[in-house]
Design a protein around this ligand. Structure first.
Ligand SMILES: NC(=O)c1ccc[n+]([C@@H]2O[C@H](COP(=O)([O-])OP(=O)(O)OC[C@H]3O[C@@H](n4cnc5c(N)ncnc54)[C@H](OP(=O)(O)O)[C@@H]3O)[C@@H](O)[C@H]2O)c1
Length: 262
């Protein structure tokens, strides 16, 4: 049987690297995308040596408008057909909306909304035609949480949560599963990148998960055709706990626990 190919964005760290490791171990060929080419190359060498799979790398900044097209054109040049797409690359600013430049905010929207949607749009027709495909979109527990003042992050991850479910409804009859993977606090470089590693390190140990555990549960969910996956028992409880809360109370909670004023 020909091996399936997985395109993973944000493969140079954290959850993306864990996806690369898991999917290589299962025998997938990989196309790894992120900005840090050196990290991608080192991971590609390691995974090829260990599992004998083909691993190509494509250094790209997904805040660039042309990046999704460039990445899928690169895949086509390499003769790689994308069977699995993991839209994982992400980041978040930790400054107030009014104090953050439009360049930064537009970059977040491009990276986590437009590039996610465009990459999906570029690969899904082929998956549908072949009658098989798997798409994992990284949302967040933040999509279930009370809104947090000033940050785009909850809104962006809510978009990913809702659109993933809509796409799954449309595509599942054609053999294409789409899952919104919604982790809570996960040990990666994310909070360090945000500049909130110190505050995050004060959170109790029980709210944290390891990236490998998040990925194992997320991959099992998309394989089983579950449109939403909240990994870990604590996160599952939290995601349900905030759901029945009326919007006015959610708003009040969001204001009370505003991370920008912590
Ligand atoms: N960690 C958590 O607690 C948590 C919780 C919920 C959801 N998530 C979501 O999980 C996903 C992965 O995050 P993580 O925790 O693994 O964070 P991470 O360790 O900081 O990794 C982020 C990845 O995204 C890539 N990336 C960032 N900006 C990019 C850009 N402009 N172009 C291309 N790639 C870019 C980074 O690669 P380069 O820097 O090399 O480009 C890196 O590979 C994100 O979507 C995040 O929102 C994380």
């Amino acid at each position: 049987m020909t091996r399936r190919t997985a395109l993973i964005t944000g493969a140079s760290a954290g959850i993306g690297t864990s996806f690369a490791r898991l999917l290589a171990a299962e025998g997938h060929d990989l196309l790894l995308v992120a900005r840090r080419a050196d990290r991608l190359t080192a991971l590609a060498d390691e995974l090829h040596r260990r599992h004998g799979v083909r691993v190509e790398t494509c250094a790209a900044d997904l805040t660039d408008l042309g990046a999704p097209r460039a990445v899928t054109a690169f895949a086509a040049e390499q003769g790689m057909t994308v069977d699995v797409l993991v839209n994982n690359a992400g980041t978040s600013s930790s400054t107030a909306f009014a104090d953050t430049s439009w360049t930064v905010l537009a970059g977040e929207l491009q990276l986590m909304v437009t590039a996610v949607t465009e990459l999906t749009h570029l690969v899904v027709p082929g998956m549908k035609e072949r009658g098989w495909g798997r798409v994992v979109n990284l949302s967040s527990l933040a999509a279930f949480s009370p809104p947090a003042a000033s940050l785009l992050y909850s809104g962006i991850k809510s978009y990913v949560l809702y659109v993933s479910q809509a796409l799954d409804m449309e595509l599942k009859p054609h053999g294409v599963h789409v899952t919104a993977l919604c982790p809570g606090f996960t040990h990666t470089e994310f909070h360090q990148e945000m500049g909130v590693a110190d505050a995050a390190s004060k959170l109790p140990a029980f709210v944290w998960q390891e990236a490998d555990d998040v990925v194992r549960e997320g991959w099992a969910a998309v394989s089983a055709g579950k449109p939403v996956c909240v990994p870990g028992a604590v996160n599952k409880v939290l995601s349900h706990a905030t759901r029945p809360v009326p919007y006015r109370l959610q708003y009040a909670l969001g204001r009370r626990f505003n991370p920008l004023e912590a």
